[in-house]
Design a protein around this ligand. Structure first.
Ligand code: NAP
Length: 253
């Protein structure tokens, strides 16, 4: 797909990878719909994209809310006529061990609230945004591309029951949608980053960051612009479908 003058929706676009993807696309003449929670950073992101010459529209919406997602996608479709892309990027971490124990005594359990919060954003949010944008694309005949943000953690990772489960679920949704939506000319693919320098990873303790970095064969974390260019590759390559592009510097968990 040629990106020029196309309209792409990005969730979690106020900062981190979502913002890096928005800036990368803004520089290439793409119109952008930026969805995130209602924070000043969302409107700053809109101004950043406009300053780079793009048409950009910030829409505050919680991706876990069916009504807010439906309203945002409907507003974006009205504003731009049709949608050609979705980057399903909003995601959260609420890490914790399934069960903690000392000397054979169970001291803690992963709470249902912690589990559910991650399922709601990372899995239900991806489902709702994918469903609404796919319906808009089919109705307008725009033959677009849906890109879901999975993770290296999708194969399972210590302390990440909920996060790993959602990212595996996102990979499964990607293949399912690639099969279901191809008949409408819509492709669906995913990106599985390893450890990338964003607020999500900068929040780690420095000793933990150093240990993690030393396990990466390339001996550094990825940069957000490297994920953005991978997203750009998927948009551009019309034969990339139903697959997850792994971008992790060679790290395995
Ligand atoms: P980030 O810096 O934490 O940014 C995530 C964005 O999503 C934030 O702006 C956040 O808003 C927003 N968000 C959270 N809950 C939302 C909701 N319910 N509705 C709408 N927006 C919501 O994360 P990131 O590092 O850029 O990660 C982006 C994606 O890549 C995530 O799916 C993540 O799992 C995935 N990923 C990241 C890495 C990495 O190393 N960074 C690796 C693998 C995969 P608030 O700030 O207001 O909460």
């Amino acid at each position: 797909m040629n990106l020029d003058n196309k309209t792409i929706v990005i969730t979690g676009a106020a900062r981190g990878l979502g913002l890096a993807i928005a800036e990368w696309l803004a520089k290439r003449g793409t119109n952008l719909v930026l969805i995130d929670l209602d924070t000043p950073e969302l409107y700053q992101a809109e101004q950043t994209c406009i300053a780079q010459g793009a048409q950009a529209l910030a829409l505050a919406a919680d991706v876990t809310s069916e009504t807010e997602v439906a309203n945002a996608v409907s507003r974006a479709t009205d504003e731009f006529g049709s949608l050609h892309g979705l980057v399903n990027n909003a995601g959260i971490l609420r890490d914790g061990l399934l069960v903690k124990a000392r000397d054979g005594e169970v001291t803690d359990r992963l709470s249902l609230e912690q589990w559910q919060a991650v399922i709601d954003v990372n899995l239900t949010g991806v489902f709702l945004c994918g469903r609404e944008v796919a319906a808009s694309m089919i109705a307008s005949g725009s033959q677009g591309v849906i890109i879901n943000m999975s993770s290296l953690a999708r194969t399972g990772n210590f302390g990440q029951s909920s996060y790993s489960a959602t990212k595996a679920g996102v990979a499964a949704l990607t293949m399912t949608w690639a099969k279901e939506l191809a008949r409408f000319g819509i492709r669906c693919a995913g990106v599985a980053p390893g450890v990338i320098e964003t607020d999500m990873t900068l929040a780690m303790k420095s000793a933990a960051r150093a240990k993690l970095t030393s396990a990466i064969p390339l001996q550094r974390m990825g940069r957000p612009d490297e994920i953005a260019s991978a997203v750009g590759f998927i948009f551009a390559n019309d034969y990339f479908n139903g697959r997850i592009l792994e971008l992790d510097g060679g790290l395995t968990f």
